[in-house]
Ligand binder design. Structure first.
Ligand SMILES: Nc1ncnc2c1ncn2[C@@H]1O[C@H](COP(=O)(O)OP(=O)(O)O)[C@@H](O)[C@H]1O
Ligand SMILES: [Mg+2]
Length: 291
């Protein structure tokens, strides 16, 4: 009985939620930022954002627009977690890198991350599992209820690392022809990971149509096509209500604040939409099974 108790105790309770789509400008960063805030507000959860995009947009948002002026970032943490490379780099530890915020904490990104693939090319341990092993070794999921990862607009090794470390996946997309193709490629990578059997395949928690403008007839038709594709591919396509093109969202981003810090009809609606997604995540986490 004691054994079971220990086993249960050592199982981390935190979940890794990632925002992925290899297309830029679909709302990954916007969603990661606001969903992280929605999660944190839901029962005072502890949330850590990890910015895995070398462009570091989420880092800028989370730090209120103040340049972080850090020599070290998530790249250095990841490299330091690899035994073979550790000796070659300046040491860096979680507590030096983490930026503590009022609501959410952040592991910032930096442009070094664009050289990640090359930096780890020669290692003998599995290159796809660097992020996953780092999260396990650093015990982060025993400290945070949620780790929210913002992905880069690519489909390379960084994304494979994110997919292998993810429990629940959120996929924002724009209702256009290119997004249709893009989603197909992303699910191709997911299938490869499944086939390789190197990590548990993440649960797709939601597809999030974003920047939708129903006044444009073409967009309405493209969205219908994408929904049709998703219905073919998945038994339950899990598509949430679309996010429209909202000036208020642009305004909140410009001020480097979440929508929860503003009042007004448009903000109420946006808050409701982000809260709904946070609710889906929470239910899935509590039930410990697929939605
Ligand atoms: N629903 C929306 N309404 C208006 N602007 C949006 C919306 N979603 C995202 N944006 C804006 O679109 C741009 C791209 O969004 P972003 O989250 O950076 O995408 P990604 O991270 O996928 O590249 C940003 O300037 C953001 O403020
Ligand atoms: Mg982004």
């Amino acid at each position: 009985m004691g054994l079971f108790f220990n086993k249960d105790k050592s199982k981390p309770k935190g979940k890794v939620i990632s925002l992925l789509n290899q297309k830029g400008g679909v709302g990954k960063t916007t969603m990661a930022f606001n969903i992280a805030h929605a999660l944190a507000k839901q029962g005072e959860k502890r949330v850590l954002c990890i910015d895995m995009d070398p462009q570091a947009n989420l880092s800028l948002l989370c730090s209120g627009g103040v340049s972080l002026e850090k020599d070290n970032n998530i790249f250095h943490l990841l490299i330091n977690s690899i035994r073979e490379l550790k000796a070659l780099h300046t040491p860096s530890v979680f507590t030096d890198i983490v930026v503590r915020g009022e609501t959410i904490d952040l592991l910032p990104s930096g442009e070094e991350l664009s050289g990640f693939e090359l930096s780890v090319a020669g290692i003998s341990s599995p290159r796809q599992l660097i992020l996953k092993r780092f999260l396990e070794k650093s015990n982060i999921l025993n400290f945070y209820d949620y780790v929210v990862i913002d992905g880069p607009p690519t489909l390379g090794l960084l994304v494979v690392n994110i997919l292998c470390a993810t429990d629940g996946l959120l996929v924002p997309f724009r209702p256009d022809e290119f997004s249709r193709k893009g989603l197909g490629h992303l699910y191709g990578v997911l299938e490869n990971i499944e086939d390789m059997g190197i990590a548990e395949t993440p649960t797709i928690l939601a597809h999030i149509p974003n920047l939708v403008d129903y006044r444009r007839k073409q967009e309405g038709q493209d969205l219908e096509k994408i929904l049709g594709d998703l219905k073919e591919q998945f038994d339950v396509p899990k598509v949430v209500d679309p996010f429209y093109n909202r000036a208020s969202l642009v305004k909140s981003q410009a001020e480097k604040k979440s929508v929860f810090e503003f009042k007004g009809k448009e903000f109420d609606k946006l808050q409701g939409q982000f809260r709904h997604i946070a609710g889906l995540i929470e239910t899935w986490k509590e039930e410990g099974k697929s939605l």
